[in-house]
Ligand binder design. Structure first.
Ligand code: GCU
Length: 731
């Protein structure tokens, strides 16, 4: 191991630890001339001995594959095999650390003599996990809001925990590529607000544990902090006292945590305080915090999960799906460069099937991050096996502007618009909106009101609600660089459970989050193979091939299986209100939180077309706007998200809607039955505790799937009166 720095020390520690466990010796520094198998070196730490000379040359001059030349980016590394030595090179300590974990992942393959040089850098700069952990046990949401893996690993009953487990967690996170962690819930309750000020010591302690593994701490803060903590009469973002308070509080944080990542804010959402109280908008609010963070290099992640949760179910014009776009798109171009808008992947709320949020394609002058939910709030709460990488991968590969244009992953990586996208973005007046030099200049949105990709003036593109204010807040003219993108953020699924994630197989989701953020092109299948290799090393199991086949059999299709036995065709939200586990078809239908299926005796689904519905389809750019609007072209799996159709409507699959509901629900249960039987083949072949935990959960998954099947099928049979074509039992 060659080089200096905190993270290089970490690399050394890791290698020492590995040698202690598996044998081998470690040398530090290049003055020796010994035979080694693996060199991990920072290139600018001085000359290296024999075996690495060739690799160093590869690292600085263009190689045959054109990959290895010039200076490497932060976190980037090269891996080459020369003269029987495997060499990992980086220009920053973080690159070296990721290079080490890459080598571990490759295992013996890293030592194949015919290995071609490789160069790896993360696609996304920010690869974050948000813990929805409460400092105190909250009467409704408990120690971890939507947590299904035991208590928090950071907090217990109002106090910071012993951080022994976090020392293992940091290794796990760095190994999968995560570089940021938010340590408290977005709903900032009670004591948690004080983490920013007089409880900062707790955050410092966590930051110190995470730092050697390249992980920066973020804090969810309350927008009302100047009032709640600072004793000011207002939290108005344009008030000088408020600005000064945030600047000072932030400065104090950086004095103690120089690599502090930034703030996460849920504002004017589900009861959390925000700028609306003062007649200000989200740009005013976000820029206030961004201004305080800017001198220190921090970012504010401002969530776009803003909607009316006091809706009247009788009012058919309110559509929760439209809300984020309506609130935020008019503000494009007004956010400071260190603001990242954090957008849930779908327009509603982490349902098993949603279209990709149209907001992602509509804010070219703003840095955007996609938020996904590793914690399985709506996908079985870690009692059901549900491998979500296929879902996330579909989202990240989605092309909002149609084939051969940027993907969602490109947008959150900050990749500039292609010429085609630009041309399509000609606004009705004929002005071509053009990014310059790889990022989006201020001319892009002179009045802070850039129109959406479909022209914005189209049906459904209009703006309602208090978010639409012209003019800039403090720092509103600070430039509009979208070039860095915003990254990928997942709500964490980890707790103090012995298996980390409650359901041991849910570890694969955590693994996939980090790896997809590093490289969104990785397939769900390949990621599962990686995870299986690392989780069940051949020496620890009997019949590794059977283990691999079985885990694939259980998980590969598990997301679609979950979809089959729960809410059909994109309709969503048929869950028990409150805890969100198990079926309740009408649970939310007449509540203030939104209305989701509109089922009656004739049909089901939400009409979101401009002609007769809420106009939500108009928020998409072409070709999706037309595709979703068209009953003929709308993909089956999203049909009921976009259209209200009769039960007899024939899908592309050839089945009617109601028959599809029956068939998929029967099939989904049978699939769970098979998953359960397949798992049983591993009895006695893997760690018994592991085996048992999964077995128990699969029993519960089957019970629950049967409940879902029977309630959903019975509901639609009773509503429609249409019998199952196959005469199966419906109640
Ligand atoms: C969902 C979830 C809440 C959470 C919210 C959010 O509505 O049920 O627990 O607070 O999302 O993302 O802020």
């Amino acid at each position: 191991v060659h080089g200096d720095g905190l993270l290089v020390d970490t690399v050394l520690d890791e290698v020492v630890r590995a040698c202690l466990e598996h044998g081998g010796r470690v040398w530090r520094s290049p003055t020796w001339d010994v035979e080694v198998d693996l060199v991990l070196a920072l290139r600018d730490a001085g000359p290296l001995a024999n075996a690495t000379a060739e690799a160093t040359r590869l690292g600085v001059t263009p190689a045959a594959d054109g990959a290895a030349h010039g200076r490497l980016a932060d976190e980037e590394f090269l891996l080459t095999r020369t003269d029987g030595v495997t060499v990992v090179l980086a220009d920053t300590p973080a690159g070296l650390l990721y290079g080490l974990f890459h080598t571990v992942r490759l295992g013996a393959a890293a030592f194949d003599d015919d290995r071609a040089p490789e160069r790896h850098r993360p696609a996304l700069h920010l690869r974050a996990l948000d813990h929805w952990d409460n400092v105190e046990v909250h009467p409704v949401s408990g120690q971890v809001e939507r947590g299904y893996a035991g208590g928090s690993i950071f907090w217990r009953d109002g106090a910071a925990r012993d951080l022994t487990r976090v020392r293992e967690y940091r290794r796990l996170l760095a190994a999968v590529g995560i570089n940021a962690v938010t340590v408290n819930n977005v709903n900032v309750h009670g004591e948690a607000a004080r983490l920013l000020t007089d409880r900062l010591d707790d955050v410092v302690a966590i930051a110190e544990v995470l730092r050697p593994y390249g992980i920066r701490v973020h804090l969810a803060v309350s927008f009302a902090a100047p009032v709640v903590l600072g004793g000011l009469p207002t939290a108005d973002p344009l008030d000088e006292r408020v600005r000064a308070w945030w600047a000072d509080a932030t400065h104090r944080v950086y004095r103690r945590i120089p690599d502090f990542g930034g703030f996460l804010v849920k504002a004017d959402s589900e009861g959390q305080p925000g700028p609306f109280t003062y007649g200000r908008d989200h740009a005013d609010g976000a820029n206030l915090l961004a201004e305080a963070l800017a001198p220190h290099g921090g970012v504010v992640r401002w969530r776009t999960f803003v909607y009316n949760h006091h809706q009247d179910w009788r009012d058919r014009s309110t559509d929760r799906a439209r809300a984020a776009y309506d609130h935020f798109v008019p503000l494009d171009g007004r956010f400071r460069t260190n603001v990242i808008l954090q957008v849930k992947f779908g327009p509603v709320d982490f349902q098993v099937r949603e279209p990709v949020s149209p907001l992602i394609a509509a804010m070219p002058a703003t840095r955007l991050a996609v938020e996904i939910q590793a914690t399985q709030e709506y996908t079985g709460q870690q009692r059901h096996a549900c491998y979500l990488a296929p879902c996330w991968s579909e989202v990240l590969r989605f092309e909002p502007w149609g084939p051969d244009d940027r993907t969602v992953a490109d947008v959150v990586a900050g990749k500039p618009a292609s010429r085609r996208t630009e041309e399509r973005r000609t606004v009705p007046g004929g002005r071509l909106v053009r990014p310059e030099g790889g990022f989006l200049g201020p001319a892009f949105a002179p009045d802070g009101g850039l129109l959406g990709p479909a022209g914005g003036a189209g049906p459904g593109g209009g703006v309602a609600g208090p978010g639409n204010r012209p003019g800039g807040g403090p720092g509103g003219s600070a430039g509009h660089r979208a070039g860095h993108g915003g990254g990928l953020v997942a709500v964490a699924n980890v707790g103090d459970d012995p298996f980390w994630t409650g359901h041991p197989l849910a570890q694969a989701n955590l693994y996939a989050v980090g790896r997809l953020a590093w490289d969104p092109r990785l397939t769900a299948d390949a990621l599962l193979d990686e995870w299986i290799d690392l989780t069940f090393p051949p020496s620890t199991v009997d019949d590794p091939e059977l283990v691999r086949r079985t885990v694939h059999a259980v998980l590969d299709d598990s997301w679609r299986t979950y979809e089959r036995y729960t809410a059909p065709l994109g309709v969503g939200f048929m869950v028990r209100p409150g805890h969100h586990y198990g079926p309740d078809v009408d649970g939310y239908e007449y509540t203030p939180w939104g209305t989701y299926h509109f089922a009656d005796r004739d049909g089901v689904g939400v009409d979101r077309t401009p002609a007769t519905g809420t106009g939500f389809t108009g928020q998409y750019p072409q070709p999706w706007s037309d595709a979703y609007e068209s009953l003929e072209r709308c993909p089956d799996e999203l049909l009921l998200f976009f259209h209200h159709v009769p039960y007899g409507h024939v899908l592309h699959s050839g089945s009617t809607v109601v028959q599809h509901i029956y068939d998929t629900h029967f099939a989904g249960v049978e699939q769970v039955r098979r998953m359960r039987a397949q798992w049983r083949e591993l009895a006695g072949r893997i760690d018994p505790a592991w085996y048992e935990r999964v077995r128990e959960r699969l029993d519960e998954q089957l019970r629950s799937a049967v409940e879902w099947r029977d309630q959903v099928n019975t509901y639609f049979f009773r509503k429609s009166g249409v019998p199952d074509a196959q005469g199966r039992r419906i109640y």
